[in-house]
Design a binder for this molecule. Structure first.
Ligand SMILES: [Zn+2]
Length: 128
């Protein structure tokens, strides 16, 4: 019975996401900043009509991070199709504020937690 009760409590907390902490918000904004930089690079014409591997900025929450992540154009577009998805270099994910969805040799696909969904959605240039 205790298990059933705790599951109900969990379902309730999912319907009404808790407020993001300042720390979580800052991390989400940092990641959104890297995404903007990548969107500028991706808009270059020569990158648009092939599926070559190109270096993109790691989209982790550390503003000091200068790591490049090699990505195929098709993978980049697939990640960009969801405003809550970001890619980071392996080991740059922050389990407290995001979930790992895919692990590749050179990069990891992460999904932001519901608390910061609004931030990553309004900062997504493709949603405007
Ligand atoms: Zn990084």
């Amino acid at each position: 019975m205790a298990l059933i009760r705790s599951r109900r409590t969990l379902a309730k907390s999912i319907r009404v996401p808790p407020l993001a902490s300042e720390h979580e918000e800052r991390l989400a904004l940092n990641e959104a900043l890297f995404r903007t930089a990548n969107e500028r690079a991706a808009a270059w014409e020569e990158r648009q009509d092939n599926d070559d591997v190109e270096p993109y900025h790691c989209e982790c929450g550390d503003l000091e991070c200068r790591q490049k992540v090699p990505l195929r154009r098709s993978d980049y577009e697939r990640i960009r199709s969801d405003p809550c998805h970001f890619f980071v270099a392996p080991g740059h994910e922050i389990p407290d504020v995001e979930s790992v969805i895919e692990t590749h040799e050179d990069w990891v696909l992460i999904e932001k937690d519901p608390e910061v969904r609004e931030i990553v959605e309004v900062t997504d240039q493709r949603r405007r």
